[in-house]
Design a protein around this ligand. Structure first.
Ligand code: SAM
Length: 392
């Protein structure tokens, strides 16, 4: 494809991504896959260039642009050589006119700027768009044929017992250790949340928002095989992805439990007041994961934030009812907004006098509002807030 045709394709792909973000539709990655499947004439070099342009636009604008062209016209003012590709040629974009819409604004949505936790200064905000690291977790229940440093000499040991960082692009999934269940890909921050859940020999553990089971598997790797671990979620598709991962990891003590939204207690009431640990890794705005999912900014609105905060509050309360006396509740979000983190802890403790906050001693993170804050700049992890609460 000629460079002008690649630019036109980027504009069209961006149009689809903008509409999906507005309507809570498919992710940018999935839309791109479908887009290229329908355009077999685009070779791998074309696809790479088109993707680069599209993701440049996604990272550059915090607010959803009016359309793909408005975003690219704005980028043409910043990227040398791009303006010349608006040349009106066959398959290329029309020439730029004086009064046409141009995207603007910074890379953080205006309405969100004042809502970040106090520790997130300008350097922290810039790091929200860095390239994410590639972290792995070693499963101590599975032997690794050689140690990580022998397999990948550039691997960096991270400050949690089973955590390592690999150069980005390392093909972990093709490695023998991954195939045998000795290695999982997991951000160091997620591993820290699992570490906050570790209690001596629990009998019953519930991962209330288990998703595809990243943290469930992290817990299973640490607990004795006779601990019963329940992975619950309302998303059938995500939950189904736990099964093959469980088999790989050799974790036979995990059960999955599909919940109905707003009727979660129908399936969970059997666990009332008997769990040693409940992890509420709540659905959130994902402001801590913009390095991996910058398009999340285009999906957020004040109304969606408010709905998410209400859901978190409800799940935290619901999860707490399942914990036994002396048991632990860990609340976590991959968000750097106070409303989803410290504010939730405060509201919960104010409404539930039978609970106290407990400190967890971890080698990363900063204490923040009766919890711990992890951030890309300070910790090299995704951004998280989590807190550990104990039922008296
Ligand atoms: C942050 S993700 C969890 C990630 C997962 N724990 C992991 O480590 O990979 C939040 C999850 O909450 C789930 N969820 C949303 N509403 C829920 C509800 N009412 N009850 C339980 N889970 C819910 C979502 O489907 C999503 O999988």
């Amino acid at each position: 494809m000629r460079p002008a045709a690649r630019l036109q394709a980027a504009i069209e792909l961006l149009d689809e991504i903008i509409i999906a973000a507005r309507d809570n539709g498919a992710s940018a990655d999935n839309i791109a896959k479908k887009f290229f499947k329908a355009r077999r004439y685009a070779g791998s070099g074309d696809r790479r260039k088109i993707r680069e342009l599209v993701y440049e636009a996604i990272r550059r604008f915090g607010e959803r642009p009016e359309n793909g062209r408005a975003a690219m016209v704005a980028l043409a003012k910043e990227i040398p050589g791009l303006a010349q590709l608006f040349d009106g040629s066959d398959y290329g974009p029309a020439t730029i006119t004086e009064n046409e819409p141009v995207a603007d604004g910074s890379n953080i949505p205006d309405w969100l700027k004042g809502r970040f936790v106090a520790l997130i200064d300008d350097a922290e905000k810039a790091a929200l768009f860095d390239r994410a690291a590639l972290d792995i977790r070693i499963n101590p229940k599975k032997a690794l044929a050689a140690d990580v440093a022998t397999i990948w000499p550039e691997a960096e040991k991270l400050p949690l017992p089973n955590a390592w960082r690999l150069p980005t692009g390392t093909s972990v999934e093709a490695s023998e250790g991954y195939g045998s269940g000795a290695i999982e890909i997991q951000d160091l921050g997620s591993q820290a949340i699992v570490a906050a859940c570790l209690l001596n020999e629990p009998e019953l553990v519930l991962d209330l928002c288990a998703g595809a089971g990243g943290k469930t598997l992290g817990m299973a790797a640490q607990f004795k095989n006779d601990a019963r671990i329940i992975a619950a979620d309302t998303d059938r598709n995500r939950l189904s992805r736990i099964e093959p991962r469980m088999r790989r990891a050799g974790a036979r003590n995990i059960e999955t439990l599909l919940l109905a939204p707003n009727k979660e207690m129908d399936a969970l009431s059997q666990l009332n007041g008997i769990c040693d640990i409940v992890l509420v890794d709540a659905p959130c705005t994902g402001t801590g994961t913009w390095r991996r999912n910058p398009e999340l900014r285009w999906r957020m609105t004040p109304k969606r934030l408010q709905q998410t905060v209400q859901l978190q509050q409800r799940l935290l309360q619901l999860g707490s009812e399942l914990v036994k006396s002396g048991g632990r509740l860990v609340y976590a979000v991959c968000s750097l907004l106070d409303e989803e983190g410290g504010d939730q802890t405060e509201v919960f403790l104010a409404n539930n006098p039978g609970w106290r906050h407990i400190d967890v001693d971890l080698p990363i993170g900063r204490p923040y509002r009766r919890g711990i804050l992890l951030s890309p700049y300070h910790d090299g992890t995704d951004g998280f807030y989590f807190t550990c609460l104990e039922k008296l």
